[in-house]
Design a protein around this ligand. Structure first.
Ligand SMILES: [Zn+2]
Length: 434
């Protein structure tokens, strides 16, 4: 592999700085990059006007393989991720079979390696079959080739308090974290959308905010009691922000994510009963959206995670009540964060790097991702055209499924190139031939 000299790009949107990549590493920057003898034969990439960030890291992706290869595969999901500027994704275990053994997580890990577009890190199920009855083989998954550090029954809540306590105790031994899908099941039986004025108007069964907030409060207390580490998936309400903020003040070892769709869309989208807007947890109110944006800006919410959830058309394009909840996210996440956080001045580019790369890598225990754009660091990078605008079309996304809630919307910012360990996975906004 020849060296690559990226010229004129602006790390974190700050002063332009040339970057010389070789052997998977940023070997030199600035004047030292152009003076380095390895730059003589290097491939030159003109990055004038582009922002350079560390490759993005998604802590919450559904790749659907094994079991639902009609909706997504590791290959198509990896392509969507690379095109979205990601160099690493964490794959949720709600596959068929469930990723609850060393064998299945190793299978997903190896599929990711074989595709080679992003690093795929499997998340292990907390309970066998995600049934919430008994703990899965957490240590076996942690000790497997996939070295699992994040465990979740996502899609379902670990609602049994004793099981949750045991899981938190168990992962302490190897520095793991439990990622909780916070949804009190009895309070959300048959729920179809956010419980509020719109659900009353539409006559759809409501999913009350308190069903999320109560679980987060309980789990923060359990985490304190056990002395373990908790991560809250797709936090969606203003009340959850309050619970989280209080726990952090107290010193609870808790982190939390928000999805791009919860930063932009509200429950008003359900008017019209288009199931593309059905998601779990549901889209909330405008006041919730405002609180989530502010919490992400303040650092109360740590990261943006996509909850990329591809669904085959027969599961999604049906009447609202029967449609599967979930939305695509990998190729639109960065643009939605630019729209909702960067352009309004809530985050600068360093902040975007923090919430979409550095902090998710840290929570997931990765040491080669989410690193600074600096000499000696791994060459996992994304080059972004901050002035470009594009119109979202589900049919033209790399995902096997097309269920984007942003269909037809014009969004800012475009991924021009992505580098994984110095190798280009995306070039000129398209998959590089790798
Ligand atoms: Zn979930």
């Amino acid at each position: 592999m020849t060296a690559v000299l990226i010229r004129g790009g602006a790390p974190y949107g700050e002063a332009p700085l040339d970057l010389l990549l070789d052997g998977g590493v940023i070997v030199a920057t600035g004047g030292e990059a152009t003076a380095d003898e390895r730059s003589v034969d290097a491939e030159i990439v003109d990055a004038t006007g582009l922002v350079v960030l560390p490759g993005l890291v998604d802590l919450h992706t559904h790749l659907r393989e094994p079991g639902r290869e009609d909706a997504e595969t590791v290959e198509t999901g990896s392509a969507a991720a690379a095109l979205g500027g990601y160099t690493a994704v964490f794959a949720m275990p709600n596959t068929d079979p469930t990723a609850d053994t060393a064998g299945v997580v190793e299978q997903v890990y190896r599929l990711g390696r074989d595709v080679g577009l992003v690093d795929v890190f499997p998340i292990g199920a907390v309970t066998v079959g995600r049934k919430g009855e008994r703990l899965a083989e957490l240590a076996a998954m942690a000790n497997s080739a996939a070295r699992v550090r994040v465990f979740s029954d996502d899609g379902d809540c670990v609602s049994d308090a004793l099981l949750m306590r045991r899981a938190l105790e168990y992962v302490k031994a190897f520095g793991g974290v439990i990622a909780q899908h916070a949804q009190e099941p009895r309070l959300t039986q048959g729920a179809q959308m956010h419980e509020g004025e719109v659900s009353a108007r539409l006559g759809l069964t409501g999913w009350p905010a308190v069903a999320e907030e109560a679980i987060i409060a309980r789990d923060c207390l359990l985490t304190d009691h056990v002395g373990s580490r908790l991560h809250v998936c797709h936090l969606s309400t203003a009340g959850s922000v309050d619970v989280l903020a209080a726990a952090k003040v107290r010193g609870t070892a808790v982190t939390a994510e928000v999805t791009p769709h919860h930063l932009l869309l509200t429950d008003e989208r359900a008017v019209g009963y288009d199931p593309v807007f059905k998601v779990n947890p549901p889209l909330r109110t405008a006041a919730d959206v405002t609180a989530l944006r502010q919490a992400l800006a303040d650092g109360v919410i740590d990261i943006v995670a996509t909850d990329h959830a591809p669904h085959a058309s027969q599961d999604k394009e049906t009447e609202w009540d029967n449609a599967s909840p979930g939305m695509l996210g990998l190729q639109t996440a960065l643009s939605v964060v630019i729209e909702t956080m960067l352009l309004p001045g809530l985050l600068d580019w360093r902040g975007v790097a923090r919430v979409m790369s550095e902090a998710p890598a840290r929570i997931g225990g990765l040491v080669e991702h989410g690193r600074p754009v600096a000499a000696g660091e791994p060459a996992n990078l994304v080059l972004i055209d901050p002035t470009a605008r594009w119109t979202v079309s589900g049919a033209s996304l790399a995902s096997l499924s097309a269920n984007t809630p942003f269909e037809g919307m014009e969004l800012p910012g475009r991924v021009v190139a992505t580098y994984l360990r110095g190798r280009r996975t995306v070039s000129a906004g398209a998959l590089a031939g790798v």
